[in-house]
Design a binder for this molecule. Sequence first.
Ligand code: HSE
Length: 408
Amino acid sequence: VAVLGLGRIGSAVADLLASGACAPHLEATIAGALVRSADGRRATTPFPICTEPLAIFDARPDVVIEVLGGLEPARTVVLEALSRGIPVVTANKTLIATYGDELFAAATRFGTPLRCEAAVVAGVPFLGTFAARPLAASVDRVTAILNGTSNFVLSRVDGGVAFEEALADARRLGYAEPDPSKDVDGSDAAEKLAILVRHFARLSIRPSGIAAESIENVGPDEMRAARALGGRIKPVAVAEWSSPDLGCFAGPAFLPEDDLLGGLGGVLNGVRLERRGSAAIHLIGPGAGPEVTARAVLDDVVEALGGRQQVGVGALPRASVGPPASQGYFVTLRATSLPDAVDVADLLAAHGVWIRRWDALQAHPDGELRAFLTFPCLPDELLMALRALAAASACAATSRPIVEARRD
Ligand code: HSE
């Protein structure tokens, strides 16, 4: 195999191969590796290293493993490998989310496997399974925790750890992206969601078209208020579709405490697949970490050498993305002195927002805090209602969508 990138995942792939742990399923050696800068590593690695992207083909690999991350030179080298009939395995969600149409079209045109199981929930091998089982894969809603770092960080914040400390731990453990702002601001989850939309809805979307929200301002007081109202704040990604509409969201959301995804802590990821009239399917496991990702990559190498395609489809119809249907909102109000609940309820109702449950008033370092759940309403109705409330009573509000499994 040729390995593109010797960062934490590429190094874990090399270590796993060197450890002999892959035998007897996979007898592979590294024929060469592409790195951005050799930095004296040529003397320390037991395989040839190059820095010129297309020079990797001099090693005559049977499979190319792409774990460079980012778009270029990954896209160019992957297209070149596919055109040469060399199967490609990638863990690069940015690449697949951005150029999935072009890459899978090339894989189909050249009849060459392209596999990306490690790109989404690396520790749970489900993309390949559902690609081979179209009836089970015929769902119309995906709800998921797709980013291990943000789940790890929010779980630690819930346990009283400061945000920066929790994020530093996630980086040390190899969960976070080289640029951890992608974990924090929801864009990593949005890229993975775009891949799931491609896989299950058969639609092509731009990850940047998905409304993504940061977890950065979710604090322990908001977590406590969510618990008091029977839920948890989790970094959630949702996509639902029914022709011609597609609704997506990635960011912190309120999950009821009996929700299987709501109970997932640490670096765990989870995916719920729903189809109207059927019981939901839940897939749960680790979503990040060098070793878990390396195992998924090397299992994909075994699959690719068996000739199996990941998806086997080329370019898909482009879809535009709106918000998912509202299931209501979890709203937290803070002010030096909050208005009466009845007055808040009246003002919100005048904008079409109806409160379904209040939490008790709490003391807050800057005054008072109170949270409530609403019935479903339009995002704009909530926005206008909270603006009117801020104007009338100088209180600051944060809102998170409520995300629940369908009960039908
Ligand atoms: N940074 C990603 C995460 C790595 O935390 O989920 C796995 O894609």
